[in-house]
Ligand binder design. Structure first.
Ligand SMILES: [Zn+2]
Length: 229
């Protein structure tokens, strides 16, 4: 097995390590994103609850107003009994009618509000149900992500061991060159195809192409320093 083949094994493992490291690094952000989805549902429940509470407070207020009108009517009726003249009686009757009209209006308003409150109650129930379902989904997904993270940890540990074992087989001089150039985003070891470095896409000088054809020879790209095969 020549140096290039050994280095290719190291590189293949480095690539897989880098991919897994990216994936595991992404997991907390993905979990956070899930939780923000939950936040929307929590806000919707809170909003529905606030609206329903406000409606109920309005109803309570109307009820108090209705009671005060009813009391007023009862009081006027009581006073009406003691009235002596027809004229005063009629005037009192008109006053009572006026209060009764107000009372009817309040009761009508209350009916509308009670229907609104019924709707609000239904909406709240729906939003709570949606939140609960979402919570379960988020929990399940978070568990899946945690399991994946644990899997990656195990895989990484084994890959790193195998990577070190492969690296130990490479001539230290070439391994050092490789490690100097290799990055998480680009390979240090690239193909030399028709005189062009596949890393930087530049034409390398003819002597490099010539040297690369020798047995077990490692050459470098004169532009980017990558190792060529
Ligand atoms: Zn190059």
């Amino acid at each position: 097995v020549d140096t290039i083949e050994r280095l290719l094994i190291v590189q293949e493992r480095d690539t897989r390590i880098a991919r897994l490291e990216r994936e595991i690094k992404d997991i907390p952000a993905r979990k956070k994103q899930e939780e923000s989805r939950l936040k929307e549902h929590q806000d919707a429940v809170a909003k529905a609850q606030t609206e329903l509470t406000a409606k109920r407070a309005e109803i309570k207020e109307l009820e108090l107003e209705s009671v005060s009108r009813q009391e007023k009517i009862a009081k006027l009726r009581q006073q009406q009994l003691e009235i002596k003249t027809n004229k005063e009686f009629k005037a009192m009757e008109a006053e009572i009618k006026g209060v009764e009209t107000e009372l009817t209006k309040l009761e009508d308003q209350e009916l509308v509000l009670m229907e609104d409150a019924e709707t609000g109650k239904r909406v709240l129930t729906e939003k709570k149900k949606a939140l609960q379902e979402e919570e379960e989904a988020v929990l399940t997904h978070a568990r899946t992500l945690d399991e994946r993270a644990a899997e990656i940890e195990v895989e990484l540990k084994s890959l790193q061991e195998r990577r070190e074992a492969a690296a130990a087989e490479v001539d230290p001089q070439y391994l050092a060159s490789y490690e100097k150039v290799h990055g998480s985003k680009h390979n240090a070891l690239v193909a030399l195809e028709e005189g062009v470095c596949r890393g930087c896409h530049m034409q390398v000088p003819p002597y490099v192409v010539h040297e690369s054809k020798g047995r077990n020879s490692v050459v470098y790209c004169s532009h980017c320093g990558r190792l060529l095969y």
